[in-house]
Design a protein around this ligand. Structure first.
Ligand code: CP
Ligand code: NVA
Length: 339
């Protein structure tokens, strides 16, 4: 029995620890199949809509290639291609898409949009990032940890930087569900929202994950198996760039911070895109305006031996494939993953 069948994935809280663990293990299995060129066309003949209100490199590519590998047809529908609430209600769009497509990915601003799509389309909807959550990224991230360390047991993940965005919230809640210790360092007014922290604390009490939220990056990274950071200004955020940079500069992930973990094998993670290199349009602007060529992470650490950022990026493909195959395909789920 596949109890994922027909389900959407809108936020991390929709799935239990066992379900998340299944998706992580299934992702590793699908990665193995892909590397060995063993076909895995669980979704032959299906059609998948990919809705993007915001830009994307990894998520769009991963959904496209994953759909093709699974034997399904992906169709990209960008912000200027369809109505998406402009001339037509989201509910009407959802009903039409649901009558033609077997599954829908949505990336955009409001969490409410992805919820409405799921409510009115009647087909599985996968959240490819909203202002609130980034659930598909979570499977890739915890898969990367498991791949690196062999198990998630007793691991400590430490997030440093903007602690109030989609990534920080998603990592906090997912770690709490899975029982992975989670440390977070951010300035006071960029720490997780109280309601998200409350949810995480409740989950952590059950999973026995240890949570630490602090303003002190050195304290946070102590004992960390992985240090994670994200871009300091998220898509669609309207903030004073100068103030944000000033607030977050003490939270840059650099060699000095990495040396504070007390562990040799600490890995560096980042969901990407990352700002660490002046050779981008944004980089040149920031360098000219603020004299900075690196923000949340230094080039040295980003490209250094402890970095796993590109493995993590590749794992988006395998994990998104697992999510689509589980919710739309006829796959076998071993009993150990049942709730
Ligand atoms: N990590 C991630 O979601 O990347 P994209 O914005 O490129 O999809
Ligand atoms: N916090 C970032 C994540 C990008 C994958 C953003 O929302 O832009």
């Amino acid at each position: 029995e596949n109890h994922f069948y027909g389900k959407s994935w809108l936020k991390e809280l929709d799935y239990s620890a066992k379900e998340l663990n299944f998706l992580i293990d299934f992702s590793l299995h699908l990665k193995d199949l892909k590397k060995k060129h063993i076909p895995h066309q669980y979704l032959a003949g299906k059609n998948i809509a990919l809705l993007f209100e915001k830009t994307s490199t990894r998520t769009r590519s991963a959904f496209t290639v994953a759909a093709n590998d699974l034997g399904a047809h992906p169709e990209f529908l960008g912000q200027n291609d369809i109505q998406l609430g402009n001339k037509e209600s989201l509910a009407d769009t959802a009903k039409i898409l649901g009558s033609m497509f077997d599954g829908i990915e949505f990336r955009g601003f409001k969490q409410d949009s992805v919820e409405q799509l799921a409510k009115y389309s009647g087909v599985p909807v996968w959240n490819g990032l909203t202002d609130e959550w980034h659930p598909t990224q979570m499977i890739a991230d915890f898969m990367t940890l498991k791949e690196e360390f062999g198990s998630l047991a007793n691991l400590t993940l430490c997030y440093v930087g903007d602690g109030r965005n989609n990534m920080a919230h998603s990592l906090l809640v997912t770690a709490a569900i899975l029982g992975v210790n989670f440390h977070l360092a951010a300035p006071k007014d960029l720490q997780p929202k109280a309601e998200v922290l409350a949810i995480a604390q409740e989950l952590a009490a059950e999973s026995e994950a240890e949570l630490l939220i602090t303003t002190d990056p050195k304290q946070a990274v102590n004992g960390a198996d992985a240090i994670y950071t994200d871009i300091w200004i998220s898509m669609g955020e309207k903030v004073d760039i100068h103030k944000r940079i000033e607030a977050l500069l003490p939270y840059q992930v650099n060699q000095a911070l990495l040396a504070q973990t007390g562990k040799k094998e600490t890995i560096i993670m980042h969901c990407l895109p990352a700002f660490h290199d002046q050779e981008t349009t944004l980089g040149k602007e920031l360098a000219a305006e603020y004299g900075l060529s690196e923000l949340e992470i230094t080039d040295e650490v980003f490209l250094g031996p402890n970095s796993r950022v590109f493995v993590e990026g590749e794992n988006r493909l395998h994990s998104i494939k697992a999510i689509m195959a589980a919710t739309l395909g006829e796959i076998f789920i071993p009993e150990e993953y049942f709730n």
